[in-house]
Design a protein around this ligand. Sequence first.
Ligand code: TUI
Length: 315
Amino acid sequence: MIRTPLCGMLGIEHPILQGGMAWAATAELAAAVSNAGALGIVGAGNASPEAVRQELRRTRELTDRPFGANVPIFTAGAEETLQVFIDEKVSVVTIGGGNAGPYLEPLQQAGIRVIPVVASVALARRMARQGVDALIAEGMESGGHIGDVATLPLVPQVVDAVDLPVIAAGGIADGRGLAAALALGAVGIQMGTRFICTTECQAHPNYKQKIVKAHDRSTMVAGGSFGHPVRSIRGPFIRRFEKLERKGCSEEELMAFGAGTLQAAVVDGDMVHGSVMAGQCAGLVDDVVPAKVLVERIVAQAEAIIRRNAALLGP
Ligand code: TUI
């Protein structure tokens, strides 16, 4: 058992959050993660407000434990989605993809715990001034939309800069990552890529297999030229996207080319036209297991490491 202040704050047993991945973080996954004693998060990116409402209600039917919801601020209808989170009395909201500052107040007034995702110290400081409950410091090893600082330097700098609990994200897929995050001063971790490879995740088997088969250099970043870097597993879609980007295609053209491609990969398993977002830790993932098995394995591994490291101190 590893208890940190995050456990009491969120009413969870293990200091582990599941990333709110658009299309992949459905009610089944979020409920399974919460039932495993961690915090499941429903990913609302790109879904209609009504679909999000149904997903949250379905999650509540599948678990009586706390769970959260996530929306990236750059997705269409983010504000409406946040209102659904308020109406449905979600207990925790994570919100990232840019400066979430303008969106926080209604959530806070509704008594929801708000945990912004930050990719820099500057934004961490701004969020702290707005009275948020905790921060997720997400390094550029992560999948999907990313910043430009790696987890190892980002987390301790955010920890030093703010008087708030900090959750580490980016590049974490096992108990070694959890132990390392705690050593950096974090109170917990968030994992996305690793949770895709659970039996309860509804992502297409092709998507899970891409992650299982990935190695250390299987991911790449594209979209940086217009300020929206996204990390994905190398494949036909992202290579074509990068080529168009290098040729100087406009942001509008590239956005049109990318529209619907995450859904194509996650839901339809289209590994040719789909966008297979995943983090660098994909190379650490080599099985698909139930969320409970995964959470317990990660905690047990971190416990063993912390014990072993404590023994290094000698008498
Ligand atoms: O949001 C994410 N990752 C995501 S969202 C997403 S959905 C999507 N759908 C289709 C195409 C593209 C994306 C996929 N992956 N992570 C949270 C996160 N936030 N990572 C990095 C940041 C971030 C970056 C810059 C947060 C703030 C920020 O601030 C800029 C500033 O104003 O300082």
